[in-house]
Write a protein of this length. Sequence first.
Length: 266
Amino acid sequence: MTDDATATDRSPARFNVPVDLTGRVALVTGASSGLGRRFAVTLAAAGAHVAVGARRVERLDELAAEIGAAGGRCLPLRLDVTDPEQITEAVETAQRELGIVDILVNNAGIPDAQRAHKMSLGLVDDVLDTNVRGPWLLACEVAKRLIDAHQPGRIVNISSIGAFNYTGMGAALYSVSKAAVNRMTEALAVEWSRFHINVNAIAPGAFSSEMMDGMMSRMGDFSGTFPRKRIGDPSDLDSTLPYLVSPASAMVTGTVIKVDDGQGSR
């Protein structure tokens, strides 16, 4: 999907942004694959201790071993974000083992890939519980502990360019759920600003992931419809996330940063 010049332009070395997160504790959800896995590796490489949550714990064990071999510290946690008890337990375990969580990356999410009128009630509940309620509960669980400890923190919600651009080809509820994530980001940023907890979001376009592979297997390769005719690589977010959790973004809160290669501007 890219020519040699483009591939070189997007090499990992380009995103080697010097951010020191030593002493920080991060929790990344949906970390068993795709963007979540990359986020965990990126934060650990910057010096943060990282707790990683997902339902597929065996993949988290592999990720923890990889981060450990590189000199980092990673704590795998079984976490289904639709289960409030698991949310509380995961944050509590991360705090007990690593220290108070002061970076939360709300990455876990699922698509619907169906027409709105054809969705079962179970699928509607799954999408809203995973994409909206779970991030809300996690953000509140992390924030209340930071507030009680009089400690600042950073929350980054992973939205989607689909919140801004819906083509009518299916996944309407996914678009709605990610628009809710954007508004959640804005509202919680205002509510928690006096506690120095910054809440921001990243809205990626189409990036390589298991979710994207599944979509392409059903729909074919649609990258040719994009302005630059390519799918993003998770490494293309290596500078955005560290910026939002570093001192460089101290004045940035309630913002949704689009990283979509121009896809949402069609």
